[in-house]
Ligand binder design. Structure first.
Ligand code: ZN
Length: 183
């Protein structure tokens, strides 16, 4: 009961915080589509038994991409959720290349909930990159993105076999789709 209420509150919070954001791809999907996909993948992986992980999945980009603060998330959703969200947030004070390297370096020591959210995030991102890629990205930049995601996920393996195989499928199908563009 209260888990469902918390879930609905987190959905409302995320929808409100990301209200003006869209994905970078040509379809410019509402940002909330990405959050619902990540939350769904985490809910499936945990068979609906870990509300903290699912709520953190819904909120995983609020610290990085909106005006939400750690304190706000902690106050509304508790310390467990806030710490998972913090673990899935890049340090924006670092330069982009450093942030990307940091994701590779910190993946193996992340908490198991953060690993699940990170894995689901990469599945969603590769799917988007394949079917709705950013219009101004050349092919080699997209392929570089796939290889980087693959390197991050290497440090997350052993978390959830099904989610890892969904990632492998998104990686292989996505690369094939991208390479098809050049034919
Ligand atoms: Zn994300």
């Amino acid at each position: 009961m209260t888990a469902l209420l918390d879930f609905a509150r987190a959905l409302e919070f995320a929808a409100h915080k990301h209200i003006d954001q869209r994905r970078k791809g040509v379809r410019a999907e509402p940002y909330l589509n990405h959050l619902s996909e990540v939350a769904f993948l985490v809910a499936e992986a945990t068979e609906g038994k870990d509300p903290v992980a699912v709520i953190a999945a819904l909120l995983h980009d609020t610290l990085e991409d909106t005006d939400a603060s750690y304190e706000e998330i902690e106050q509304h959703f508790g310390a467990e959720v806030a710490s998972v969200v913090a673990e899935t947030t890049d340090d924006k004070r670092l330069r982009k290349a450093e942030r990307k390297q940091r994701q590779i370096d910190t993946a193996p020591t992340a908490s198991s909930r953060a690993k699940l959210v990170k894995l689901a995030d990469k599945v969603s991102n590769l799917r988007s990159m394949a079917y709705s890629p950013p219009a101004d990205w050349p092919l080699d930049r997209k392929i570089e993105y796939f290889e980087w995601a693959h390197a991050v996920v290497a440090g997350l393996r052993g978390t959830d076999a099904r989610l890892e195989s969904l990632f492998d499928r998104a990686y292989e199908d996505g690369l094939a789709e991208l390479r098809g563009e050049t034919v």
